[in-house]
Design a protein around this ligand. Structure first.
Ligand SMILES: Cc1cc2nc3c(=O)[nH]c(=O)nc-3n(C[C@H](O)[C@H](O)[C@H](O)COP(=O)(O)O)c2cc1C
Length: 190
């Protein structure tokens, strides 16, 4: 219960790569993720070094600025106005200065191609948080990699696979003292 109730999105990270042993444990655990019809065929790309993340960060921010300037962004991502001020003030609104990122892709033919990657990264998310690693889902990057073929190529996703889910992670630079008090979802008991 504590693990679930204390999980938070982390948007501030220490300027430090996650240590080898923890990274290895996190990546090994991925193999136990369930997949629909047991099509055990997910593909993950992990950005292991902050220096590599910086390549993604710089290219992303350069492209977003161009898309804003030309007015194209509101067509490709109508929700983007929420981030406009931060972006114009040089905030890394997409990758949140995270030192690492994991991308989950599934084969286009897999029966549960939409669900499998999210399940795998949800397991990864909780395990990471249990190790004291901060995480943040990066739904924006799932979209953005579609308009950025150069970054997509750099992720080395095999042909026939689609990027479905992206999670940022690293040592958190903030600590939340208290849990949130979310409103309960609707639940029907039969
Ligand atoms: C599918 C999904 C996509 C998300 N995409 C983003 C994102 O692109 N950027 C971001 O900062 N947070 C993103 N989030 C994090 C949510 O904003 C966050 O989980 C929510 O505000 C609740 O806050 P908490 O995680 O601290 O409890 C995403 C979460 C989910 C589940």
């Amino acid at each position: 219960m504590n693990l679930i109730r204390q999980r938070r999105s982390i948007r501030q990270y220490r300027d430090e790569d996650v240590d080898e042993k923890t990274m290895e444990a996190l990546l090994q655990a991925l193999a136990w993720s369930p997949t629909g019809c047991n099509v055990h065929d997910l593909f993950f790309t992990v950005i292991r070094r902050k220096s590599e993340m910086d390549v993604f960060r710089n290219k992303m921010s350069e492209t977003l600025k161009l898309l804003i300037k030309t007015g194209i962004l509101r067509f490709v991502y109508p929700n983007f106005w929420r981030y406009m001020d931060e972006l114009q003030n040089g905030v890394d609104v997409i990758f949140r200065n995270a030192p690492h990122l994991i991308v989950a892709a599934s084969p286009n033919t897999a029966p549960c191609r939409e669900a499998d990657p999210w399940i795998a990264l949800s397991y990864f998310d909780l395990l990471a948080q249990s190790f004291g690693i901060g995480t943040c889902w990066c739904g924006f990057a799932v979209h953005a990699f579609r308009w950025l073929p150069s970054l997509k190529r750099r992720l080395a996703i095999p042909r026939g696979y689609t990027i479905r889910a992206v999670l940022l992670f690293g040592y958190p630079a903030v600590e939340y003292k208290r849990q949130t008090s979310p409103a309960p979802f609707q639940i029907k008991m039969l």
